[in-house]
Design a protein around this ligand. Sequence first.
Ligand SMILES: *Cc1c(COP(=O)(O)O)cnc(C)c1O
Length: 391
Amino acid sequence: MNSPLLPTYARADVLFERGEGPWLFARGGERYLDFGAGVAVNALGHAHPHLVKALNEQGSKLWHTSNLFRIPEGERLAQRLVDNTFADVVFFTNSGAEANECAIKMARKYHASNGQPERFRIITIEGAFHGRTLATIAAGGQQKYIDGFGPKVEGFDQVPFNDEKALLAAITPETAAIMIEPIQGESGIRSFTTQMIKQFRELCDKNGMLLIFDEVQTGVGRTGKLFAHEWANVTPDIMSIAKGIGGGFPLGACLATSEAAKGMTLGTHGSTFGGNPLAMAIGNAVLDIILEPGFLEHVRQTGINLKQKLAALKDSHPDIIEDIRGEGLMIGLKVKPLNTDFISRALKNGLVVLGAGDNVVRLLPPLIIGDNEINKALSRLDQTCSEMETK
Ligand SMILES: *Cc1c(COP(=O)(O)O)cnc(C)c1O
């Protein structure tokens, strides 16, 4: 494939032309069931009528004005996020990495504004993924993303997953914050126990550190709660979101308590595109649906149903599926054959699923799927497993 695109992605040779709900239609007319949702982005599936309406209405009125002016749709979206979370203030971005950049800057500035600028270090967890900017690759700590890009941004101390001793040892007078994904997505759907999440909170409180949750993947209903940290009944000081909140439109946000955000005063941060009227109209439209009574309950029920059926699938294919993990509609299948082989075979069988670390096949369907789509996905997964057994 000769293409002028920078060759940083291993793209599957499929050209999707149209989507409808959880379905994708390729150029030749083939139908695919989309259990990847553009990496947890298409929370409401493709071409959701309410989102299309919002896009068209706002699109014919006003796209962009810059943040030099008031943006009522943004004030409304921020207020709704505040009303439904721990947060008091919101900064809008265009991506998850930018939301994390804001979170990192905010945590450092908080201590600087307290007269402790030396407190700038942030503890992160092995296997973390926080984005691909220079600071967020340092935060994620994965060598394959860091190598060759010059000196690693200073100030990130990584500790192993679920290693209490290492965590305690990493806390110094220079530590500003702990930053975690409540469920690690890219490294293979790895959940912290509720107890561990509570401990992160306690350690932060005890040591005057801020707790940052990266809910870029877990947020906006993905796990069956509006945000995954609600499962543990623990709130952060700062939270980054993106992916699902735009339903496919590039949109992210950094949410915080007013205390954590107190250093972010006039002129300390900015974004040209962030929070523009078009993005805000779509973010509001996404929330209209996610906040409808019963929607999150539907995600929880669908997630339970999916997990039960996957457990049965595992029982009938013990040589293929080793483990099932995750919450709500963020599910990982740890497989025995190479996950990339499994994924390309599933694609041939008309099912889009994604890879993740630890040889995991990731299922991130649109949150609007029902039993019918689950049954179809399961029969395609079953077929894929059977084909791999006879290989
Ligand atoms: C996807 C993701 C990011 C990065 O988001 P981008 O929009 O690609 O910058 C950050 N953190 C987590 C947990 C993610 O899943």
